[in-house]
Design a protein around this ligand. Structure first.
Ligand code: GAL
Length: 397
């Protein structure tokens, strides 16, 4: 969202909040997005209780919510937000976490179907493994919303709620370029840009997560011109997605890979200047590897990116260990998914804003994509505290 956009959202705030009372799902989402963009939390209260349709919302039907794991803070935030917003609309919620175990997630979804869920909201572990259970859902006429991660290889995915994942990758790379002094946070070249060359190492997400290639492509497209002109050098030579990918987004595996790269490539006295990391949990593993290898924050400490604005990583940005993260507001994402479910159950068309980019191998899934934001030390307060995502005490505690 550009500045002009967000200003006009701000102007419309009050009017939109008025409009929402007793009104449609569509308006509800607009209010939430507009108000969050303006840094106000008023709409969170205003929006709840209506999207179930009419006064008091739903008939109290059950919605199954399948989340991948509790080992990452972001999914706990997601699960809590989806549950809370569904309950505010009068739904009952079966919220399950599968601890990154695929058979567990499949059986949790099967259970939801057996219990009579009226809709399913699913953040998959492996986007390709739910084909059979989603067929069972379709046979029982249960609509399915893919949450954050696209579910692949199934025609029985009705809608997709996510962020613009390619742009997330662009933002991750841009944060690295900014940290190195090469661009501003919009990606515009800096007037006094250093010549480099800078050594950079690249990490990617889990290869079974559809998002991982979107993040990678956005990041690589952004970094490639700098690699081509020699300003950035991937000294390990590991430039393929397959070499960079970290199964299940596991921080320990990222730590190990970083240790191996430091040993194999940087034992000659050279140093790594930047690390592209697509997720805060990986960044923390990378930071441990660097610390163990004798790097310390200050002169010579590399620029490290991230994603999700997890609390420990926001603290790490404050202390200079991590340079940036990408904030994807889990409350906004929850609101989109909840509104989609409520709309379908009310016989309405959920609002979508992308019908082109998310082909799951069988069909292009109609999607609503939200916008993400780069967070660096300077805008933690503005982006994370003023929006109520984290409190000053949590960040400084
Ligand atoms: C992705 C998600 C990221 C990050 C990652 C690891 O699917 O889009 O925001 O959370 O999983 O959990």
């Amino acid at each position: 969202m550009d500045a002009a956009d967000s200003d006009s959202h701000q102007d419309n705030d009050v009017q939109l909040i008025d409009t929402v009372k007793g009104n449609t799902v569509k308006n509800t989402k607009k209010v939430l997005l507009a108000t969050l963009a303006a840094g106000s939390m008023l709409a969170l209260a205003a929006c709840s209780g209506n999207a179930g349709g009419g006064d008091g919302g739903s008939d109290g039907g059950l919605i199954g919510v399948a989340m991948p794991t509790k080992s990452s803070e972001r999914w706990i935030q997601d699960g809590d937000a989806v549950k809370e917003q569904l309950e505010e609309q009068g739904f009952k919620v079966d919220l399950q976490y599968a601890e990154d175990d695929i058979p567990t997630q499949v059986s949790q979804i099967e259970n939801m179907i057996t219990k009579g869920a009226e809709a399913l909201i699913i953040a998959s572990i492996d986007g390709t493994t739910l084909t059979q259970v989603l067929q069972d859902a379709a046979d029982a006429e249960i609509p399915v919303i893919a949450y954050d991660r696209l579910i692949r290889d199934s025609e029985n995915v009705d809608y997709y709620a996510s962020f613009d994942n390619y742009i997330v990758g662009v933002q991750q790379a841009t944060s690295l370029l900014n940290g190195l002094g090469l661009t501003d946070l919009e990606g515009e070249p800096a007037a006094d840009a250093p010549a480099g060359p800078f050594n950079v190492e690249l990490f990617a997400g889990s290869p079974d997560d559809n998002n991982a290639t979107f993040f990678w492509n956005g990041a690589i497209d952004t970094l490639q011109p700098y690699i081509d002109e020699g300003t950035l050098v991937v000294k390990s030579g590991q430039t393929d997605f397959e070499q960079a990918a970290i199964l299940r987004w596991d921080g320990e595996v990222a730590q190990e890979r970083m240790e191996n790269i430091l040993t194999s490539t940087y034992s000659d006295g050279s140093t790594v200047n930047a690390v592209l990391s697509p997720y805060d949990g990986l960044s923390r593993g990378i930071i441990s590897a660097l610390t163990d290898a004798g790097y310390s924050v200050g002169e010579g400490w590399p620029i490290i990116s991230g994603q999700d604005a997890e609390l420990d990583s926001v603290k790490a940005i404050n202390s200079g260990e991590q340079f940036a993260t990408i904030f994807k507001d889990t409350r906004e994402l929850a609101a989109v998914a909840v509104d989609m479910a409520a709309a379908i159950l009310n016989g309405e068309e959920p609002e979508v804003n992308n019908t082109e980019d998310y082909d799951n191998g069988v069909k292009t899934v109609p999607s609503y994509l939200l916008e993400s934001q780069i967070v660096v030390k300077d805008n933690i307060t503005e982006v994370l505290v003023e929006s109520g995502y984290w409190t000053e005490e949590e960040i400084n505690g």
